[in-house]
Design a binder for this molecule. Sequence first.
Ligand code: ASP
Length: 431
Amino acid sequence: MAEDLHRAGADPVGEGAPKRPWHRRLSLTTWIFIALALGVLCGLALQGAPELADAYVKPFGTIFLNLIKMIVVPLVLFSIMAGVVSLDDVRQVGAIGGKTILFYLATTACAVTLGLVFANVMSVGAGYVMDAGELAYETPAAPSLVDTLVNIFPSNFVQPMADATMLQVIVIAVVFGFGILAAGSKAAPVVAVVEGLNEVCIKIMRGILLVAPIGVFGLITPVIANNGPDVLLPLLWLVVVAYVAMACQIAVVYSGLIKLVARKSPLAFLRGEAPVMGFAFASASSVGSLPLNIECAEKMGVSKPVASFVLPLGATINMDGTAIYQGVCAMFIAQVFGIELSLGQQMTIVLTSVLASIGTAGVPGSGMIMLAMVLQSVGLPVEGVALVAGVDRILDMMRTVVNVTGDAAVAQCVDAMDRRGAARRAARKAA
Ligand code: ASP
């Protein structure tokens, strides 16, 4: 599949070699982008009748997302378990896990700070005339900070998998992975089962990804048809500020990490990550983009154990785009309501946004629910969520692109550091 994804599209060479039909000469990546462009065009064409897009095109996207949701729980469970087991040294798991979490926290803190800086400098709320009628919106209840932390630990083995509560699934996978390591040779058959099931999940996931272009088309068309210029225009400046901050996170923070820590070309990284970005944009789901992200990371040279540990964790806890969105929206709401936020309050926003983005599920729209928690932390009116709800999907698509790119950048860095560490250890042993 990795070859399929990035196949250069060359024809078999040599005398008499059969020419591949034109549609098989394009790579899956190209197909995903063709589907994205076609979906945007169809969505624009159907703006007068979005119900047609909902009735006839959306089901294809829904079926595709359902298939992904079906495979993502066993995939995360077995890939993390297999990742922990394959490291076969508890200390190494700890070292990789520690580095990963530090990178995730640092990049998310950078992200929300960038969001606040751009929102301040570009006066995100300027010129917005509030219409009280727009606030007739029921704000979803956000969980408290303590609840968010306590909820990481499941009290039941099966429930988290049925509900796809990914953070709890990860805890189960890590705990069982450690259990298998601790049991040593007695658990050898379990290791074989875990590794076997992991392979099975990967094969299924690759099959599902083959129909990704149809899924992307089915997902993007109704979004464009339903979110025409009418919704977008009044809040255009908010969207512009958020997009600029998010683009900056990719161009400066991730590219810097790739250059300085992973010591690779940022452009090559972005090129390799492009299919995942396109997919994340269309689906607005980090968890949905996870299979493709693993695929592309491995294709770009990240080792299997690192990719299968760092990326599922990132799809669950590392949401830099969401953190930027929360910073920009908090500032926007403060400015629209004429509330001055002190530096201390803005620091509180940084802290709560980091935690809120950890608690955000990697599915469409969940960042908006967690926004309420950020607003509450500094006493901003929670009704403000209603103001941004109209353009949420447009913001969601881009924040998901940043979310998945952040995971991939950290995977590259952790992998590079791990390889350098191994080389140093080997050199020391040889000396
Ligand atoms: N849709 C985002 C994601 O899946 C989460 C969010 O709503 O911010 O990464």
